[in-house]
Design a protein around this ligand. Structure first.
Ligand code: FAD
Length: 463
């Protein structure tokens, strides 16, 4: 039986990054992947969804360019070619991950891994061959999959999940999406731009639950202008097959029936923890199946660590990677800087990007805060881009002067948030954040103006 310092289960952004970091630290490492190198993120998540979002954003811009003096004629959407480009990008990245693992000397095994006990893994290959490996440490990075509802099952034809929605053969005329979280709004935007009638039904009082309410509400109004219908405080009770289509019964703030060709179930994700033999290894899970870990990502079995979507919290690729790096460094006896701020981005148009506490969260914690805002319609770069919608919002602790939250709805918010992440990682005070001079004309000026506005001293705004 082969023996390793570390055995990683799952080659998503959590697992493959951990394996590479482990070999950099001199650990003899094996990684086991059952389905796809690069995990959900590269194969059926972040990357393919962003390809579709980018291409359909271009379409939307061209369709709406007349007001900028650019009239287009005879625009044609070749859905198959859009899909082919997406597949090409995915292939490039998944091959890239395999190349990196190989070059770093990680042993790569294809198969499904299961604990025999807390020191051994059984690997069952796709051809049903069994092998065992032992290791000093294990890292569980098995991620998750789309959640189902007890009364609505995914059949992958009429009721679909996000993976199906990324590769539909045809653009549906009517798409009903259960959920208005990040994935539901991103995929809703893709199909609305392609001409589908899109309706999102969300049980919560606002879209993007967990996001700063003001930002989420402002995004919803923008998406509604783009043609998405979003029913809040409403729940889907039943999906019925009627003739060739579906009838969806909805109750709550919206009460009635909606017809659809496809229903996309986008109500969160559940962890991949079944069939891992966790009981045999002494690894505890909570009631929804997420693996319980301490602040060092260590499970109830001391030599077994877990990171990424399988431990819950924000389900984001970069969170999984960062946690993996930390866990491996801890195994190697290092003391990484834990609990760094993690930004979340929603790639709608405009984009949403946030880091740190929302205004409500800060108030719930009883913090004495100051809040500054700045609208992109007063920002030179945003106007020249014809992208005036949205705002930047900076929240600081009045007692300590620390920047504790930055929230953006606007063009390239996902890129802009990096400066706030940097500031918060370095523990910047509001004063330091205000001192940094941004280039003109750039979108980043809106962030500085927002930070100044929290003290009523923004220049291009009357507070
Ligand atoms: P995963 O990526 O889920 O990888 C787990 C891997 O483990 C899989 O490859 C699986 O096959 C393997 N595995 C499972 N069980 C076993 C076993 N027993 N043996 C061997 N291998 C096993 N996040 C972002 O940050 N930005 C985005 O823009 C974004 N967009 C998204 C869009 C969509 C449509 C979806 C679905 C998700 C998106 N996410 C995004 C979320 C992101 O994909 C996940 O947070 C991320 O992939 C989690 O990484 P992970 O390594 O924890 O798990």
């Amino acid at each position: 039986m082969a023996n390793y310092n570390l055995a990683v289960i799952g080659a998503g952004p959590g697992g493959y990054v951990s394996a590479i970091r482990a070999t950099q630290l001199g650990m003899k490492t094996v990684i086991v992947e059952k389905e796809f190198w690069g995990g959900v993120c590269l194969n059926v998540g972040c990357i393919p969804s962003k390809c579709l979002l980018e291409d359909t954003h271009l379409l939307y811009e061209l369709n709406n360019s007349a007001e900028r003096g650019i009239k287009t004629k005879g625009l044609e959407v070749r859905w198959e070619e859009i899909q082919m480009r997406k597949e090409k990008v995915v292939k490039q990245f998944t091959e890239g991950v395999q190349f990196l693992l190989k070059k770093n000397g990680v042993d790569m095994k294809i198969g499904s891994a299961r604990f025999v006990d807390s020191g051994r893994l059984k690997i069952i290959s796709p051809a049903e061959h069994e092998a065992e490996v032992s290791a000093d440490f294990f890292l569980i990075a098995t991620g998750g999959r789309p959640a189902e509802l007890p009364h609505i099952k995914i059949d992958h034809e009429f009721v679909i999940d996000s993976t199906d929605a990324l590769s539909l053969k045809e653009i549906p005329k009517k798409l009903l999406i259960i959920g208005a979280g990040a994935i539901g709004l991103e995929l809703g935007s893709v199909y609305a731009r392609l001409g589908s009638e899109v309706v999102n039904v969300e049980i919560m009082p606002e879209c993007l639950p967990g996001t700063d309410k003001e930002i989420a509400g402002a995004l919803r109004r923008e998406l509604e202008k783009q043609g998405l219908k979003i029913h809040l405080d409403s729940k889907v009770d039943e999906v019925q097959m009627k003739g060739k289509g579906l009838t969806v019964k909805v109750s709550g703030k919206f009460n009635g029936e909606i017809s659809a060709d496809k229903v996309l179930l986008s109500v969160g994700r559940v962890p991949n923890t079944e069939n891992l033999g966790l009981e045999r290894a002494g690894v505890n899970v909570e009631k929804r199946g997420f693996i319980l870990v301490n602040e060092n990502f260590q499970t109830s079995s001391p030599n077994i660590y877990a990171i990424g979507d399988v431990i819950g919290g924000k389900q984001l690729a970069h969170k999984a990677s960062y946690e993996g790096e930390c866990a491996v460094e801890i195994m190697a006896g290092h003391k990484p800087y834990l609990h760094r701020p993690i930004a979340g981005v929603v790639y709608t148009s405009p984009e949403v990007a946030s880091v740190g506490l929302s205004e409500d969260e800060a108030k719930e914690k009883g913090l004495n805060i100051k809040v500054g805002k700045f609208l992109f319609r007063a920002n030179g770069r945003a106007l020249s881009m014809n992208a005036p919608a949205g705002l930047a919002k900076v929240i600081a602790n009045r007692d300590t002067d620390e920047v504790i939250g930055v929230h953006i709805l606007g063009p390239y918010a996902g890129e802009l948030i990096a400066e706030a992440v940097m500031a918060m990682t370095l523990g910047a005070s509001l004063e330091e954040y205000q001192l940094a001079v941004r280039a003109h004309p750039t979108l980043s000026e809106a962030l500085r103006e927002a930070s100044l506005s929290s003290e009523k001293r923004a220049i291009h705004k009357v507070d």
